[in-house]
Design a protein around this ligand. Structure first.
Ligand code: SAH
Length: 350
């Protein structure tokens, strides 16, 4: 029986160099192949044109490149692109390209499905199947970078980990992917242009601070009142706001990096004065800004976008307290590419 081939991108550069030495070749060959795998985005060993055919065959015999495959690309009338990405084991995740006048942002997935249970999010209805590997996250970014160049004439400028999954529950692989994305040997992007979004896993926020990460942090808050938050995001009973506050204070003390709160205002859920007051109070703990996200209906259940007056009440109160607040219009709604809509819908229909 043939041994199962290893995923070559699970190897570090050093391990790849060692592999070549152990096989009677030069360590330098490892550098060459490593460059093909990451910087040059090779999909197969045959792409490695400056590597001898016999060496490519040897690699083929020992390893696989588990490259993602963009199964389907949908384009929205507003220019947003959604990729249905097939993984080597047949599972599917989605990633999104969001163009604006000044930037192109990739919204990438970190897990297949999600283990959280946010009641307003379509991804939460998919079971968490598995974590994505670093190379699978990297490939999503690389694919969107290529699409950005092709359709918008410039490279990708920003990345947000706001696709499927909870990035801080796949911490190691997300960190490894970001390492490659920011390395000159990978995509060479600046960490300052990357935002990791979490529903508020306090312990991991502290770990990130300790690890001295350079990217930005966003927290999906949606309510600064414990009971309300517990109701709409039931798992947060294990992640209380007091711990979140403490973790964010720790994060800021270590990184001096302002936190972004993502917040949707729903009618009858968090549109009262006391909801507004609680958010204003929470915003005083660490330097922050608030993104008020438009709700993208996933069905016609209990969640409805609040009336404009309620959203305005938030804006006024935050501004009065010198807290930066932006209203984020949804993009790509017509192709189910907006926040909270990623649910492999087309896949399910097959
Ligand atoms: N699990 C991480 C990463 C997902 S980010 C996190 O929770 O931060 C996806 C963002 O979209 C989160 O801020 C989430 O709260 C928000 N969201 C989920 N469903 C939504 C919906 N139906 N409409 C608008 N935003 C939604």
């Amino acid at each position: 029986m043939q041994n199962e081939k290893r995923d070559i991108r699970a190897l570090s550069k050093e391990q790849l160099r060692d592999f070549f030495v152990a096989n009677g070749d030069k360590a330098f060959r490892g550098n060459q192949v490593y460059e093909w795998l990451w910087n040059k985005r090779a999909h197969s060993f045959d792409d490695m044109t400056n590597v001898a055919k016999s060496t490519r065959q040897m690699l083929e015999d020992n390893f696989v490149i588990n490259h993602i495959h963009v199964d389907q690309m949908q384009q929205s009338e507003d220019g947003t692109i959604k990729n249905a990405v097939r993984l080597h084991d047949g599972l599917v995740v989605e990633s999104v390209l969001i163009p604006t006048e000044t930037r192109t942002t990739a919204c990438v997935s970190s897990q297949v499905g999600c283990s959280l249970d946010c009641k307003f999010c379509a991804t939460a209805r998919l079971k968490r199947m598995r974590n994505l590997n670093p190379d699978e996250i990297y490939d999503q970014v690389a694919a969107i970078d290529s699409e950005s160049r092709l359709y918008h004439g410039h490279p990708l400028s920003n990345i947000v980990f706001m696709g499927m999954g909870e990035p801080l529950m796949n911490y190691n692989n997300v960190m490894k992917a970001i390492e490659k994305i920011t390395s000159p040997e990978g995509l060479g992007m600046s960490a300052k242009r990357i935002t990791v979004s979490t529903s508020g896993v306090s312990k991991m926020i502290k770990k990130m601070a300790d690890d001295g990460v350079k990217f930005k942090l966003a927290v999906s808050l949606h309510s600064a009142i414990e009971e309300v938050r517990n109701r709409i995001m039931p798992f947060t009973t294990s992640f209380p706001l007091t711990e979140l506050r403490e973790a964010l204070e720790y994060w800021y003390s270590k990184t001096k990096s302002r936190v972004t709160y993502e917040y949707v205002v729903w009618g009858g859920i968090n549109d009262r004065n006391e909801d507004v007051d609680a958010l204003v109070k929470f915003c005083r703990y660490v330097p922050c800004k608030v993104n008020l996200i438009e709700y993208n209906p996933i069905d016609d259940g209990e969640f409805q976008q609040a009336a404009p007056e309620a959203v305005n009440a938030y804006i006024k109160a935050l501004e009065r307290n010198d807290i930066v607040v932006k209203v984020r219009r949804s993009r790509g709604k017509d192709i189910d590419a907006a926040c909270g809509q990623l649910a492999n819908k087309n896949e399910a229909a097959v």
